[in-house]
Design a protein around this ligand. Structure first.
Ligand code: MEV
Length: 324
């Protein structure tokens, strides 16, 4: 094979972020924003890694050189090379890798998971490793742990399998969300740090386990109730559950001024429900409303400098886009 290109969708957590890290249910959907990875044979005896979003190209003469000098910021990529080398005895000579993503890092839309899944899947295809989707997701999960510390695994799962899922304790079930449901995703323009947010919740839970565990239990129940309403397509009930989920996230101190501004604006102009999505302390907010209100809510948010995007669900998850 001369070259392969894979793409993997981003994700949006509808219910249950953070609680999911502690074993409670959460619901996520794959969205049609993509990361892509191309691996091609090169004429040089080198390993070249082009990280387009960072404007960086790294070139290594050998895998040893890569192991000792790949920048720490991208430790998850170094890990992947070394782990595939150890498991499959690969040396990666003469290859050129290009990774890019239309998902902004720190937006809560799964840029790291989506990129990891696309990269693992491209290696899988290029070297014929025979990993199935579960195998791809598991390797991407190891990379996610390097980036985020102790993630739940929901992000790599949804980016791999696509559709919508209810996820708990490492296992998931597909959920057929009613086709009438659309969510407005609004960027607060504040980059968040998932690892930091996860750590802050960990500290809060150590300080007051009763309070935090009680919130998590309630969030878990909301996710289960939301599953039924998402299938039925009851926007009003979905919205109410989102607002309740948001109140819990707010008690966990995951809300900042910009998140509040977006939520208040959306609600002022008729949203049925609005909440942060992902780790919080920045990133994106999701909103549900009647179809006739969508345009106005988006335009009111736009006037305040917040760009929005209407969800379109990706039904396939990671896939091969091109092979030569
Ligand atoms: C991040 O997308 C969602 C969190 O719940 C972390 C995780 O589940 O890994 C905050």
């Amino acid at each position: 094979m001369e070259s392969v290109t894979t793409i993997s969708p981003g994700k949006c957590i509808l219910f249950g972020e953070h609680a999911v890290v502690y074993g409670y249910s959460a619901i996520a959907t794959a969205i049609s924003l993509y990361s892509s990875c191309t691996i091609s044979k090169s004429d040089h005896e080198t390993i070249s890694v082009n990280l387009e979003n960072y404007d960086k190209i790294y070139e290594f003469m050998t895998l040893n050189e890569l192991a000792s000098s790949f920048p720490e910021q991208f430790n998850q990529i170094r890990y992947l090379f070394m782990s595939l080398h150890n498991k499959f005895n690969l040396n990666f000579n003469n290859i050129k890798i290009t990774l890019k993503s239309s998902i902004m890092p720190g937006s809560g839309l799964g840029s790291s998971a989506s990129t990891a899944v696309a990269l693992v899947s491209a290696f899988n295809e290029f070297y014929g490793l025979n990993l199935d989707k579960q195998g791809i997701s598991e390797v991407a999960f190891e990379m996610e742990k390097i980036v985020h510390g102790s993630p739940s695994g929901i992000d790599n799962t949804i980016c791999t399998f696509g559709n919508s899922i209810i996820f708990q304790n490492g296992t998931y079930k597909f959920l057929k969300m009613h086709q009438d449901l659309k969510f407005i995703i609004t960027d607060t323009n504040i980059e968040h740090d998932t690892k930091l947010a996860i750590n802050e919740i960990k500290t809060l839970r150590e300080e007051d386990p009763k309070f935090v565990n009680n919130i998590f239990r309630n969030i878990g129940k909301l996710s289960k109730a939301a599953k039924r309403e998402l299938i039925k397509g009851n926007k009003k009930h979905v919205g109410e559950l989102m607002n309740r989920n948001q109140n819990y996230l707010s008690s966990l101190r995951l809300v900042n001024q910009e998140i509040s501004k977006v939520i208040n604006t959306a609600r002022m102009f008729g949203a049925l429900g609005s909440k942060l999505t992902g780790a919080g302390l920045g990133g994106c907010v999701i909103t549900i409303c009647k179809d006739k209100k969508i345009e106005n809510i988006i335009s009111q948010l736009d006037k305040q400098g917040f760009k929005s995007y209407l969800t379109k669900i990706d039904n396939q998850g990671v896939r091969i886009e091109k092979k030569e």
